[in-house]
Design a protein around this ligand. Sequence first.
Ligand code: CP3
Length: 344
Amino acid sequence: MTGVTRKIVEVLEGKTIAPPPIWLMRQAGRYLPEYRETRARAGTFLDLCYTPDLAVEVTLQPIRRYGFDAAILFSDILVIPDALKRNVRFVQGEGPRMDPIDVPGIERLRSQGVLDHLAPVIETVGRLRRVLPEETTLLGFCGAPWTVATYMIAGHGTPDQAPARLFAYRNPEAFERLLSVLAEISAEYLIAQIDAGADAVQIFDSWAGVLGEREFEAYATKPVARMIELVRSARPKAKIIAFAKGAGPNLKSYRQKTKADAIGLDWSVPLSFAAELQKDGPVQGNLDPMRVVAGGKSLEEGIDAILDRLGNGPLIFNLGHGITPEADPDHVTALVERVRGAKA
Ligand code: CP3
């Protein structure tokens, strides 16, 4: 690399940058007319993920429009169950579907061929690093074992992941095996993304918040700690963001035990607690995505509160979860301008 500094990488190294660098979870998506246009040409959602020409295009769309400090690979956390032959499909208006896994199915899971299946995604990463502006950080990602397991067990999304919680109580050994298979495959997948050019990776544990205290430790913290250990033992300089949505007070020990470089915060994390967490290292977040839908004063107040409380420490500005299809693209312009206009 030619001495370029990528701001998000610098924050992940512990630096404070003012104004803070910004990207948004789900920044490529249905709120953008150009995404909807490409999506309509792609066929199925998975075709979009597995066609490098199209995946590169949609990854770049929000970079062209807003000049975010990071591009995030366009793919989905459910390509892992797809590679594990769980018959994943995305039904219009219903969300993801796959064949629900049972105990014998878990015993039969094999990691052979998974990375071959994901070769088009890895190719997308390599192409992106070659065409992105030098100063733009390229983020890879995957789902955390718990969140991916919840979809594999239920076979679809649920409001509270009751099927996966119940399965784990009834079949603790099979469930542990499922998590450890996912942790190992996901670590290999992240290493492949890093080797192809990802500057940092994010692990999404979007359903961490439905777990009780002991289960959070066993099913969220432990597998993510294992993944990070596997990635770092192969690539010691790997930069990793861990986002455990709804983890609340668990976040302090989550950071310590997983050793993630930065932790992502959802909007329910109080800014006073976020400031405490920031004393231990970089944080990312945590604007309520509904403020981007609402726009105006509510958007400005939400941005200013985060900048006031967290802007003097290592911060990556982001939402507290993915941007929603109802968000107005002009509100995103206003968001980026306000964050970039913040005084040092
Ligand atoms: O952030 C980005 O721009 C990168 C792309 C990305 C997508 N999904 C694209 C996508 C990322 C990082 C994800 C992660 C993801 N996928 C998570 C973790 C983060 C989160 O939001 O909680 C989860 C739980 C999934 C699983 C998933 N994928 C669901 C539940 C759905 C359907 C829900 C819905 O909104 O319809 C998807 C589909 C999906 N993944 C879409 C996009 C842009 C929308 C589908 C479409 O365009 O037809």
